[in-house]
Write a protein that binds this ligand. Structure first.
Ligand code: PLP
Length: 398
């Protein structure tokens, strides 16, 4: 008999949207309140203050009722003018999409290409900026975490590269799949616009995004000429000052955001980052023990939130994902670009613990064997051994 009901909780191992914790879910289902009333003003203040602690900034953070793509657009349109040159780095699919957007809205992006198997290289940025004697490049746009490949770029080094070239370009960073999962410091790293999203480390559903802004970005906003209306920072900042939004905000998402931020601080941001680093390492050890290759070739830039696993020649990663979904009720991330069909992505971020990861890796080991992918056994054991050691293995007597 065929069963039409998948049993148990779905393993949502995509690198976002992530599983929404029950506590956040309950907050979202609170009764709707007046978005111009005093209760809302208190809620908005909690969100606007709280989100600064996540970006590590004392400057304003703008909250949009839009997905991350909207916050990409707002970063560009609020600071730049038609025909401005921007330097972008082709770390993978999402960097490519941001570049396409830049072209569409009338900017002139210059794309430093890579093989999609490395994060951004700060030395290439420094070299290009040094060549730009007339300071025509108005912004450098980088992804902190390239979700399509699993490469984490060191943003402090990108800042150093820009400073070493004594270049005035704005630094814009997409931290959508690293915020609240990997250490991120908007102020300390001198980022001008940080772009965040709700549906990854913040543990909310999709539909909310952020721009953290520097004083330099706010100054650029005054002279920028690209058209903007829904995303205009000035209206937002003016209304936010008194606890409101220029239009009806996603009140329920804001209810959830308060709780998401609360949960992150209850765990402690440093612990959140350590947990993600631990789960990322455990995943990579499993992949290595299976004898499979990580798409990301640079061990210094491994992502703590997603691991892209290459399948051997002749094996179709999309078919593998379909088989795993049907058999084990698990979703993995898809593959893109020249590598489409050649790898799958394991997301290990947000409200996930060691047990969930071990379960997901166990499923993966079974599914790989079921799909006839030639692997060595022992991936799960390698992850379990590592996690045990990471927790002080054997040191704590029961
Ligand atoms: N940037 C990165 C790094 C992403 O991972 C994503 C989505 O996964 C986006 C941008 C686009 O965000 P959204 O799909 O929320 O519009």
């Amino acid at each position: 008999q065929n069963s039409s009901r998948p049993v148990g909780r779905h393993f949502l191992q995509i690198p976002g949207p992530t599983t929404v914790p029950d506590r956040v879910q309950r907050a979202i289902s609170a009764p709707i309140i007046d978005h111009r009333g005093p209760e809302f003003a208190k809620l908005a203040k909690k969100c606007l203050d709280g989100i600064k602690t996540i970006f590590k900034t004392t400057n304003p953070v703008i909250i949009y009722t839009a997905t991350g793509t909207g916050a990409w657009e707002s970063a560009l349109t609020n600071t730049l003018s038609p025909g401005d040159k921007v330097l972008m780095l082709e770390t993978g699919q999402f960097a490519t999409l941001w570049k396409k957007m830049a072209e569409r809205i009338g900017l002139v992006p210059e794309f430093i290409s890579t093989d999609w198997r490395h994060g951004a290289d700060p030395s290439l940025i420094e070299k290009r900026l040094r060549e730009d004697k007339n300071k025509e490049i108005k912004a450098v746009c980088v992804l902190h975490n390239e979700t399509s490949t699993g490469a984490l770029t060191p943003i402090a080094d990108i800042r150093k590269a820009i400073d070493a070239a004594s270049h005035p370009a704005l630094l814009m960073v997409d931290t959508i799949s690293s915020l609240a999962s990997a250490d991120y410091r908007h102020d300390e790293w001198g980022v001008d616009v940080s772009v965040g999203g709700a549906q990854k480390g913040l543990m909310l559903p999709p539909g909310m995004s952020f721009n953290a802004v520097s004083d330099k970005a706010l100054a650029a906003n005054k002279t920028s000429k690209l058209p903007k209306s829904f995303f205009a920072w000035d209206d937002m900042l003016n209304m936010n000052k008194v606890g409101f939004f220029p239009y009806t905000p996603a009140t329920q998402m804001l209810q959830g955001l308060v709780v998401g931020i609360e949960m992150l601080h209850e765990e402690g941001l440093e612990n959140v980052f350590a947990r993600h680093a631990r789960l990322g390492e455990a995943t990579r050890r499993a992949v290595a023990a299976w004898g499979l290759e990580n798409l990301n070739k640079n061990a210094d830039q491994y992502s703590p939130t997603i691991t892209a696993v290459m399948l051997p020649e002749g094996h179709d990663a999309d078919k593998f994902r379909a088989l795993a979904l049907e058999t084990f009720n698990i979703s993995y991330g898809a593959s893109f670009g020249a590598y489409a069909g050649k790898y799958f992505r394991i997301g290990h971020l947000a409200d996930i613990n060691d047990g969930t990861l071990v379960g997901a890796l166990g499923i993966t080991e079974m599914a790989l064997q079921l799909a006839g992918v030639p692997i060595k056994k022992g991936g799960v054991q390698a992850a379990v051994d590592y996690l045990t050691t990471a927790h002080g293995g054997g040191a704590k007597k029961a």
